[in-house]
Design a protein around this ligand. Structure first.
Ligand code: AVJ
Length: 340
C-alpha cells in the first residue's frame, strides 16, 4: 500500500476509518472554473451551458425526482435489467474483482451489483469516481448496509480517476457507467471518451455501459417534458445556479423549457428558450448578454442508439463484446465488454 501512495503524490488522502477513505487531487488539475466556462459558452451567438452544471444540490435532487416520474422510463428500465442479469454476470467475474463506478452511487443500481460482489468474495472494494463531493454522503450510506465493503472514493474527473486506479492493484476491475450518461456526449467526443477508458483499462478488465435505445418519438419527448414540469424545473435550475453563484440576474419567468427529439441525430435536444427580447447581466463574468425573443440556450443532448450502432461503437474502440441485455420492450440496453 505504501508504494501505491508514493506513486500517487498528486492526490491527497483522507482516511475516515478502516473501511472508508477518499483521494482528491491537490490542485484541481487545470479544470476551468464555472465562471470561465459559462463566460465562454454564453458569450457567443449560439449559446450553450454544459449539462454537468445541472448537478448542484437542488439540481441533483430534481434529477432524483425525474428518475421517479412515470414518463421517465430509463432509470426504472435499467434497474429492471440489472435485476435479471446477475446470474449471467457471474460467468464473467472471478473471486477477486474490484468495482469501479463512473459517477457515484448510493443508488439502487450500485447496490444491485454490490449484492453480487459481496456474495462472491469475503471483502469487496468499491471505487466510486465523481467530480462532486456528494460521493462522501452516498459512501457512508452504503457502508451502513454492507459490512464487508471497503470504499475508496476518488474525487476527480472520470479520466483522472481511472488513471489513478491503473496502478492500484493487480485485481481485475469491473467499471460501471450506467444511466446513459454517455448519451450526453456528441459522437466524436463520446468515441474519444471510450478510447480513454479503453487505454486506462488493464487486460481482462470489464466495462458495463448502460445506453438508451431509439424508440417512438412521443415516448421520448414526454420523458424529457413531463406533465408535472419537473424536467422543466431541472433545466431552469441551471439559471438559478448561475444567478446564485455568479451574481447574475436571469429572470426565470422569461425563459421556458424547450425540448425536442431530433430524429436525424437520434437525440433529445434540451434548451432554454428566451420568451422575450431581454438582456441579462452576469456580474462575476463581467458579462452583459442580449437575448432575442425565441433565442435558445442549448443545455443538453441525450443520444439514443440502435443496437448495431452500440456494437459498432464499442468494437471500433477495440472492446470485445461479452453480452448485451435488453428489457422486454427494448427501451434500454446494458452491454458488457472486456479488454483482451
Ligand atoms: C443523466 C444524462 C442520463 O439524458 O436522460 C434527464 C439527464 N436530462 N432528464 C438523460 C436528464 C433531462 C439524463 N442523464
Amino acid at each position: 500500500m505504501s508504494d501505491f501512495k508514493e506513486k500517487n503524490i498528486d492526490y491527497k488522502q483522507y482516511v475516515v476509518d478502516s473501511q472508508l477513505r477518499y483521494f482528491k487531487p491537490h490542485a484541481t488539475k487545470v479544470e476551468k472554473s464555472f465562471a470561465e466556462e459559462i463566460t465562454s459558452s454564453l458569450n457567443q451567438n449560439s449559446k450553450f451551458i454544459n449539462p454537468k452544471f445541472f448537478y448542484d444540490k437542488k439540481g441533483s435532487d430534481l434529477f432524483e425526482s425525474i428518475c421517479l416520474l412515470p414518463e421517465y422510463y430509463p432509470t426504472r428500465t435499467e434497474i429492471s435489467i440489472l435485476k435479471k442479469l446477475g446470474h449471467d454476470l457471474l460467468l464473467y467475474l472471478d473471486e477477486k474483482i474490484n468495482l469501479v463506478e463512473l459517477g457515484s452511487g448510493a443508488s439502487v443500481k450500485t447496490r444491485l451489483i454490490l449484492d453480487i460482489f459481496t456474495k462472491l468474495q469475503p471483502k469487496t472494494e468499491y471505487f466510486p469516481i465523481d467530480i462532486s463531493e456528494i460521493l462522501t454522503e452516498s459512501s457512508e450510506q452504503l457502508l451502513e448496509d454492507y459490512d464487508t465493503l471497503h470504499i475508496t472514493g476518488i474525487i476527480d474527473t472520470y479520466e483522472g480517476g481511472l488513471e489513478f486506479l491503473k496502478t492500484y492493484d493487480d485485481k481485475k476491475n469491473l467499471i460501471l457507467f450506467l444511466g446513459s450518461s454517455f448519451g450526453n456526449f456528441t459522437p466524436d467526443v463520446g468515441k474519444l471518451f471510450l478510447e480513454k477508458i479503453f487505454f486506462t483499462m488493464n487486460t481482462g478488465d470489464l466495462f458495463l455501459i448502460g445506453l438508451d435505445l431509439v424508440k417512438d418519438k412521443t415516448l421520448l419527448e414526454s420523458a424529457y417534458d413531463d406533465s408535472q414540469g419537473i424536467t422543466a424545473k431541472f433545466n431552469l435550475n441551471v439559471l438559478s445556479r448561475i444567478n446564485d453563484e455568479l451574481d447574475a440576474d436571469f429572470n426565470l419567468n422569461n425563459f421556458s423549457h424547450y425540448s425536442v427529439y431530433n430524429e436525424i441525430d437520434q437525440r433529445i435536444e434540451m434548451n432554454l428558450k428566451s420568451l422575450v427580447s431581454q438582456s441579462v447581466i452576469i456580474a462575476k463574468c463581467n458579462l452583459s448578454l442580449n437575448f432575442n425573443k425565441d433565442e435558445l440556450i442549448h443545455t443538453e443532448f441525450s443520444h439514443k442508439y440502435h443496437v448495431p450502432q452500440i456494437e459498432k461503437l464499442l468494437n471500433d474502440v477495440g472492446f470485445q463484446i461479452k453480452q448485451m441485455w435488453l428489457d422486454d420492450k427494448e427501451y434500454f440496453s446494458l452491454t458488457l465488454v472486456s479488454k483482451n
